[in-house]
Write a protein that binds this ligand. Structure first.
Ligand SMILES: [Zn+2]
Ligand SMILES: [Zn+2]
Length: 240
């Protein structure tokens, strides 16, 4: 009851989401500008290489977050409940994400990433680290949109071209995750790191390590869209 009262005091979630996207955009432009300004004159390939490494890291991190939401917690837990439900419901209704508008698609990821980005920006001034961060957050802020495109029957032409080149997650690649028990191909930005992580059984080993210290996986199953989330984030009938 007290939680319901607190939820009513919070501004609508959509305001949070829009603000987070706005802040994330500003942080990204600032980081790219600082990286450009910090790099020694004439250097091109080194910052581009670090940017690429940042993109690779963002793909691996997207897999880690997706795996955590698929494997631990529940839709009813405070704060992260909506995030968990997003991924679990997505298994039972993979097309739900394609019905989300731009703000709903990108708001969550900016809400969680922008505070980390802002904090890092206070400490980092090395040109290569700034280049790496530019790639990292370019991938992080766009992964939900890229994931949505991979589920669309008819994504924009330029996106289909990027998917065919393997620059962003393609539909055939991502369908490996949706076939069977959703235990592989967690990475949803470029998909570049799925092969190595799955080959090394990285997430299965991590689950064993966590189980050994008492952190047990909760149900991996999909949840139907009717399962309620924590009241702070209620009011979304078809998160996916
Ligand atoms: Zn999943
Ligand atoms: Zn998916």
């Amino acid at each position: 009851m007290r939680e319901r009262r607190r939820a009513r005091l919070l501004p609508p979630r959509r305001v949070f989401e829009f603000s987070a996207i706005f802040v994330a955009g500003g942080l990204f432009v600032t980081t790219a500008y600082l990286a450009f300004r910090a790099c020694p004159p004439g250097t091109v390939w080194t910052p581009l290489a670090f940017l690429l490494l940042g993109l690779i890291a963002s793909d691996a991190i997207s897999g880690g977050v997706h795996w955590a939401a698929d494997t631990y917690g529940s839709p009813t837990m405070p704060l992260f409940g909506a995030f968990v439900r997003t991924f679990r419901e997505h298994h039972s209704d993979p097309k739900a994400i394609t019905r989300h508008d731009w703000i709903e698609t990108n708001g969550d990821v900016c809400l969680f990433s922008a505070p980390v980005h802002a904090t890092a920006l206070l400490w980092v001034d090395n040109p290569w680290a700034l280049s790496w961060m530019t790639g990292l957050f370019m991938g992080s802020y766009s992964n939900s949109q890229i994931h949505k495109w991979s589920h669309m029957d008819h994504p924009p032409r330029v996106v289909r071209w990027l998917q065919r080149l393997g620059i962003v997650l393609s539909s055939p690649h991502h369908q490996h995750h949706h076939r069977g028990p959703h235990l592989t191909h967690y990475c949803i930005t470029t998909g570049w790191t799925n092969g190595a992580l799955d080959y090394l059984r990285f997430f299965r080993i991590l689950e064993r390590v966590l189980a050994a210290i008492g952190v047990q996986a909760t149900t991996r199953g999909s949840v139907p869209p009717t399962v309620p989330v924590h009241p702070v984030f209620e009011g979304r009938p078809d998160r996916g």
